[in-house]
Design a protein around this ligand. Sequence first.
Ligand SMILES: C[S@@+](CC[C@H](N)C(=O)[O-])C[C@H]1O[C@@H](n2cnc3c(N)ncnc32)[C@H](O)[C@@H]1O
Length: 229
Amino acid sequence: MTIDAMDWDGAYREDGFFDGPPPWNIGEPQPVIADLIRAGALRSDVLDAGCGRGEVSLALAAANCTVLGVELSDTAVAWARRSAVQRGLSNATFEQADITTFAGHDGRFSSVVDCTLFHALPIDKRDAYLKSVHRAAAVGADYYILVFAKGAYPAEMVSKPNEVDAYELHAAVGRYFDIDFIRPTPILAKVDALPGLPDVVLPFERDSLGRLQFPGYLLHARKSGSGIA
Ligand SMILES: C[S@@+](CC[C@H](N)C(=O)[O-])C[C@H]1O[C@@H](n2cnc3c(N)ncnc32)[C@H](O)[C@@H]1O
């Protein structure tokens, strides 16, 4: 099975593909995204594209942002909604939808955050995704993408994410947005053994909580006033 055929809802239902919960569920936002939230780099309204269980949306809401999390998996959306209620965060709402055909919020969002969605999409869906986000973003909106760098996973892994190199990322996003920077940054994941490759030892350091630090990129771009898409 390639990532393109991934059963995302099954992963959240812990259907056995992963050994337990999905490895990207680290119970908090990725550190680089938490830093952006702390720095006030994301402004209301925020679109959290591919929000999963909603940790980024909920951290944004706790920082007084109005945020909409969009996510394919019903199970993840239900979890995120429950968490918002438990934490008393009515400014975080969640919609079950395919982000590549997402519509109905044209020009609404001042910020868009993609925390490890980009590499989860089939490559031939990237353009439709970027068009959807461009449509939903306000003129001048900030757009942040956190994505695995090429080489994060071994070449022989069949179901690995669609990792990018910086040129590929720049070319894809630059069709619709003005790129400000692309910089290397780690992505944390709770991984002990890789699905289908139990003996492969990944050559990355772990943080103090034992989470592997995979190589990734953080991209920042803006929607210009000229508007295409
Ligand atoms: C690697 S996970 C990251 C989840 C979350 N952003 C986080 O940081 O924990 C990628 C997420 O994208 C979601 N996803 C994949 N394809 C999608 C699509 N076409 N539309 C919306 N969400 C999608 C998956 O269900 C999954 O929750």
